[in-house]
Ligand binder design. Structure first.
Ligand SMILES: Cc1cc2nc3c(=O)[nH]c(=O)nc-3n(C[C@H](O)[C@H](O)[C@H](O)COP(=O)(O)OP(=O)(O)OC[C@H]3O[C@@H](n4cnc5c(N)ncnc54)[C@H](O)[C@@H]3O)c2cc1C
Length: 501
């Protein structure tokens, strides 16, 4: 337990992690000052208003809604966050042919009936391939991923039970292998692998050949156990917004438009920060939400052991989600669920290879929530807000920005093929990609999540929130917790606050 009694606390950054830890510590009687470089709060979990629409700066859905880490902080700080859920929550187009509804629970009795047609035609496809049709010959031509061993049926059933129970030692074991390896031990059939490859990108923004199976399955199992996937009323900004309203109510000081240039380190201890305007803010404890790499730069690498510096330099970021957003002049898309996913009919082991190759997917994975279907107040009466996200690269270089534009051209084309009436009702459209995300965080990269939840960076390998510099801590997606994007950032805030006596 870290002794924080009577200490002056400075938090750098107001993403869900920074806003969450500031609210929790303030509610527990500490005196906290939060410094945020932007003139708005929330980091990557921010929303803005455009022509009466409440638009998320990213493309957001929250896997555990009120039952997850955001709801926990909100209850602990007596916040005013409200949640919206729907069931079914997702409408999928699998392989360009099969439409399916995904319910909040995998055992929802409606699931098999609602998806009867899709299941039958998927089964027909699989049987045809089993008999030697179509893709079999293609598989002979391509390099097929081989799992190191195959599970017996009993092993698979036992694995499912352990995952459903969130058995911690089993998940820790699975942190050491990729999701690709885990799944190929069970099946080499494309449809289930395609679904999981897309879901891995959705939940962690890391392709399934890189993501740690333990981390992914923790996120996946929790989402279906909690059964409250949803969005906050009022847009994503309401998550940090509710935390910060509670923070200020309890006497915390929030300073927007206040960039920290340097973390002051004296005698191996953090002693405050210097702002871009040259102001010194003294503190006995500094908690940084600026990301682990940026925090090291601000505190000066010379203040850390060499081993820690090279460990941090070697950490990898997640990929990005780049978006195109549409304000429609009427409600055009009418689906059973408030979000739509296009799961491409491509080799699941190579679904996202296009990103590192500088290419464009022929059939892109589309993550398309329709915020006004969850929350009618997200759009003016009678209108519809649609946000479409596609995975992309992260470094903000000229080539990558051009690649993002090409990916979004393809995504728009595919979206209009699926929903042909949409194009005639576009009141406004807007693209946001890596340069936009980077401008929000002040980094040279536009990663979606933070650190990649890949093998070697999750579970016991995840950076701890404490650092070798005394009284300098990390909070947010880069430190300490498990979970999906914003939820692991809030999880990290709870973890850090609970370690402070
Ligand atoms: C396009 C997109 C789609 C996404 N979709 C989802 C989704 O569906 N579900 C989900 O849960 N997550 C999603 N995420 C991920 C999620 O938004 C991030 O993982 C989460 O916001 C990370 O939170 P954080 O607390 O670590 O900090 P961040 O949100 O990264 O915020 C860090 C804050 O620190 C501030 N800061 C940095 N440096 C300084 C400094 N020197 N001085 C002062 N302030 C500073 C920044 O301005 C920023 O406000 C998405 C992200 C993007 C970009």
């Amino acid at each position: 337990m870290y002794e924080s009694e009577g200490k002056r606390v400075v938090v750098i950054g107001s993403g869900p992690g920074g806003a969450g830890v500031a609210a929790l510590l303030q509610s527990r009687g500490k005196q906290v000052t939060l410094l945020e470089r932007n003139r708005f709060y929330g980091g990557k979990c921010w929303s803005f208003t455009k022509d009466g629409f409440v638009v998320d700066s990213g493309v957001h859905m929250f896997s555990m809604g009120d039952s997850g880490q955001h709801g926990d902080i909100n209850r602990m700080v007596r916040g005013d966050l409200q949640w919206l859920t729907a069931n079914p929550s997702e409408h999928l187009l699998l392989g360009g042919r099969h439409f399916m509804n995904l319910y909040q629970s995998l055992t929802d009795p409606r699931m098999p009936f609602a998806n009867l047609r899709a299941n039958l035609s998927l089964f027909k496809d699989m049987a045809w391939r089993f008999m030697g049709g179509g893709r079999m010959s293609k598989e002979l031509e391509r390099e097929v991923y081989r799992a190191s061993r195959k599970n017996s049926l009993l092993e698979t059933l036992m694995a499912v039970v352990k995952i459903a129970r969130l058995n911690p030692s089993y998940l820790a074991e699975l942190d050491e292998i990729t999701m690709q390896e885990f799944l190929h031990r069970i099946t080499d059939e494309w449809p289930p692998l395609q679904g999981m490859a897309a879901l891995s990108m959705l939940l962690t923004v890391v392709p399934y050949e890189q993501v740690s199976a333990g981390e992914f399955l923790w996120c996946f199992a929790n989402a279906f156990r909690k059964k409250t996937l949803g969005v906050p009323r009022g847009g994503s900004r309401e998550i940090p917004g509710a935390f910060l309203r509670a923070f200020r109510r309890d006497g915390g000081e929030l300073r927007l438009g206040c960039e920290v240039k340097r973390i002051l380190v004296r005698d191996g201890k953090a002693r405050g920060v210097e702002t871009a305007e040259g102001e010194i803010v003294e503190a006995d404890l500094v908690i940084s939400n600026a990301g682990i790499k940026r925090t090291l730069e601000m505190a000066g690498e010379e203040n850390f052991p060499e081993e820690y510096v090279s460990y941090v330099r070697g950490l990898r970021h997640s990929y990005s989600f780049i978006t195109v957003k549409y304000g429609l002049d009427r409600r055009v898309i009418d689906l059973p669920a408030p979000s739509f996913f296009n799961i491409p009919d491509v080799d699941p082991d190579h679904m996202f290879d296009y990103i590192d190759r500088g290419g464009v997917p022929e059939d892109p994975f589309l993550f398309t929530p329709m915020p006004s279907e969850w929350d009618p107040y997200a759009a003016p009466p009678g209108k519809q807000l649609v946000i479409c996200g596609v995975p992309g690269p992260i470094e903000v270089t000229k080539e990558n920005v051009e690649q993002c534009e090409r990916i979004l051209d393809r995504a728009e084309k595919r979206l209009f093929e699926i929903f042909p009436r949409m194009e005639d009702h576009v009141e406004w459209r807007m693209r946001t990609h890596i340069a936009h995300t980077a401008s929000i965080t002040g980094k040279p990269t536009g990663e979606c999540i933070g650190l990649a939840q890949c093998v070697g960076q999750t579970g016991i390998h995840k950076p701890a929130p404490w650092t070798p510099v005394k009284d300098l801590w990390l909070v947010g997606a880069d430190a300490g917790a498990r979970g999906v994007g914003t939820e692991q950032a809030s999880g990290s805030a709870i973890y850090v606050a609970n370690l402070m006596a």
